[in-house]
Design a protein around this ligand. Structure first.
Ligand SMILES: Cc1ncc(COP(=O)(O)O)c(C=O)c1O
Length: 425
């Protein structure tokens, strides 16, 4: 122990350079078991392109900065810092500032038709914070967590980070195959948690039908598992609202994880958890052991921005922006993809899910795509098991209108060349 402490001090003093006599240490050998095999390496490499200015990137699920209300926020922030520093610059209650919870509760009532009861709502540091708190509070090593296959990579990582046994159930055009889940439950599968993104899902863009939502709720009640409903894209339907949220229909068995990242600004790291009071209070205990509370300044900015009506006005504009991008992307795919390629048609959100012809390995080809200055996320990491080799997630949300066609043309070229040359393994 003394040696390790001594060595890290030497390393720090040397500004990253080991001092004389120091033996380079393999810090990975001491990794906690739960931190091993999280499988994020390939994705980290691809997402690192997000900031590259000469790459057309369909990679990260980023909102377009044009949707950030900079002028309004500058005024709100200046006012809060001048007039209310005792709240805005202070720690907040772990569950969130009371007036902010009141605002979010009112918003849920107006957009989802249900207001959380006493103790049923807390503010989180984005959607991922909620998932981490759920995993930390409810998942023991080996517990089964069912997810859609494919699903949001961050969720797989959050559950795996607590050594869950993550199992995938396939999706189709109506969302999660609840019939497949039902047969697995009948055959003895006993999940503790089922995680779903029912609206304009990441990564497929697909939405769960109203009928399947009811069937899923019935299964949760029958088999006693918790549904974690991630509504990250729910407010971003292009023309239609999705069916009623699972939480609004079944607050007894659903915990809703919400985020303001896609409709406000991810830089403020804000979201919510709404569900049974017993669960929400447990998440608050877990949050006391992590970041203790979400940033008060951001919370108050959200409240002021929302209460003055700006949020709902911006959401209308954002829907139109993303609907246009989705259409441009679909048109470009139709023009440039090799024969045999299929893709989803989203009715909201940020993503199109593409399946390339057999023999195309989208992980292997991401290097060729990078060389052509275009980026996507290959399908494989969105599955909890080995799958998705020929698939790709296309995030159109942050690609400028006039670059979409060119970017998709480059991806089409990469896939077409691979198809001709045979499997790229
Ligand atoms: C389905 C889903 N849930 C949660 C998140 C995380 O969002 P946040 O920035 O709120 O942590 C994302 C971000 O991409 C997402 O796609």
């Amino acid at each position: 122990m003394t040696a390790a402490v001594h060595q890290s001090a030497t390393t720090r003093a040397g500004n990253g350079q080991a001092g004389p006599g120091a033996v380079p240490r393999d810090w990975d050998s001491g990794l906690a078991r739960r931190a091993r095999n999280l499988g994020a390496g390939e994705i980290t490499a691809i997402l690192s392109l997000a900031g590259a200015s000469d790459v057309i990137t369909f990679a990260g699920g980023f909102p377009d900065p044009a949707t950030f209300p900079t002028g309004v926020l500058r005024d709100i922030a200046a006012r809060l810092i001048t007039e209310d520093p005792g709240v805005a610059l202070q720690y907040s209650a772990t569950e969130g500032i009371a007036s902010v919870r009141d605002y979010v509760s009112g918003r849920l009532s107006s957009v989802q038709g249900r207001a959380p009861g006493s103790g049923e709502l807390m503010i989180t540091s984005g959607g991922i914070d909620c998932l981490e708190l759920v995993a930390r509070s409810y998942v023991d090593a080996g517990d089964v967590v069912v997810v859609e296959a494919p699903t949001y990579l961050g969720a797989i990582m959050a559950f795996r980070g607590h050594e869950a046994d993550v199992r995938g159930v396939p999706v189709d055009g109506d969302g999660l195959r609840v019939d497949v889940l039902a047969s697995r439950l009948a055959a003895g599968l006993r999940p503790k948690v089922l995680y779903t993104i029912p609206d304009f899902q990441n990564p497929t863009g697909l939405t769960m039908s109203a009928q399947r939502r009811l069937e899923l709720i019935a299964l949760a009640r029958r088999y006693g598992f918790l549904i974690v409903e991630d509504v990250a894209y729910r407010d971003l339907g292009f023309e239609h609202e999705p069916p009623p949220s699972l939480w609004s229909a079944a607050p007894d068995v659903v915990l809703q994880a919400g985020t303001f990242s896609k409709i406000f600004a991810p830089g403020l790291r804000l979201g919510w958890a709404a569900g049974p009071a017993q669960i929400v209070s447990q998440l608050a205990v877990a949050k006391q052991n992590s970041d203790q509370c979400s940033g008060a300044l951001g919370q108050r900015m959200l409240e002021e921005y929302g209460r003055s009506g700006h949020m709902e006005r911006q959401i209308v504009a954002s829907r139109a922006l993303y609907a246009r991008r989705a259409e441009l992307t679909s048109d470009a795919l139709a023009a440039h993809m090799p024969e045999g390629t299929t893709w989803t048609t989203p009715e909201g959100g940020f993503y199109i899910w593409l399946t390339a012809p057999d023999g195309v390995d989208t992980v292997a080809l991401s290097a060729a795509a990078r060389a052509r200055k275009v980026a996507y996320v290959p399908g494989r990491p969105f599955y909890p098991h080995a799958d998705g080799t020929t698939q790709v997630r296309i995030a159109y949300s942050r690609v400028a209108d006039d670059l979409i066609d060119e970017g998709i043309r480059r991806i089409g070229e990469v896939f077409a060349t691979a198809g001709k040359d045979g499997p790229q393994r």
